[in-house]
Design a protein around this ligand. Sequence first.
Ligand code: ZN
Ligand code: ZN
Length: 367
Amino acid sequence: MNDEINELPPKICEQCLGDKTEIRMTKISQGSECKICTLPFTLYHFKACKRNSNIVKTLICVRCAAQRNVCQCCMLDLRWHIPVQLRDHLISMVSEENIVTEEAKNDMMRRFLSLKDVKLGGAQITSDPSETDNILDRLRGILQRPGSNDEKSLSHSREAAALAKKEQDTNVINIEKYASVDISHILKKLPLSESFSNDVSTRSFFLYNVDVSIPEWKISDAISQLLNLRKLGDGNALSLIINHKAKCGGVRFQSNELGEKFASKLNETLTTPKSINRGVLRIDRSRIFVIPWTSGFSAASFGANTAENIKLSLSLNKLIQVELGVRDKQLPAISTENSKKRMKNTSKKIHKAKSKKGKPRANNLTL
Ligand SMILES: [Zn+2]
Ligand SMILES: [Zn+2]
């Protein structure tokens, strides 16, 4: 068959690849039949994580994956990691056009379609970063439109308010529901008492205060942009795990050098009432807090199940409230320039503090 195109690198999402830094993949030329177009394709299989003996393998060919912008293993959208129908539905709602990934009715047509160089349905959007940003901006516009007399936007902002209220209510319910879930073993391994500074030497960082509305790819894009990784053309420079249920995650760089560069580029810090520092990564309107994580992490670091994830998010919520303290409430709107000045001051202070008493630490964090 078309061997040349079969030699394209496989399209496999980060979730399927797992959290190992090195993956041993087995490649079998014409090893399987594509579940979509039925043509033979180059099969890849691998173990995503050591503890798990499950073998992950590619189910569809790289051409069918590219046409739909999906992962060859889980068949979810590569950018948003959601099913194709849901993706198309969301894009249709926002763009007010009917976007559908139409599958051919018979095998002949499927094979014929698979050889064409086209993007189907919502893949036209999610395979293109600028088109995706465009759609997300429109979505944001719809959600954030201030209450005007326009019927439609009024109902949209009502929806947004209802959503926020729902989240608050869920929080209250969750606190009761998950009171008995013990996550002390998880908290113990989080670097919550570490302080952030611009000259740390580590390749891993803990990220928290992650808003559920910020998709993982957006965080990954923001970090890549910060470090100019695109220009270096290095797609494997970082691996990111975001657990939206736990509202936190971790980023691991390929080298300490990149980790140091990341820390030095975060030019905003937050000093907690306990005088420890958090790096601040700004994405849209939210702030993700960053702590160096020298011991590293795995997907299990954020809880092994939904109950643990949610309990962790509740504990971190409490911590964030404590860390933001009264101080932030008194100074709600700081212009970028001011915060930069403040950052400079703080970093000087840290250096002084460091030389006197060594690393500033918080003791007995109670959550
Ligand atoms: Zn195929
Ligand atoms: Zn996948």
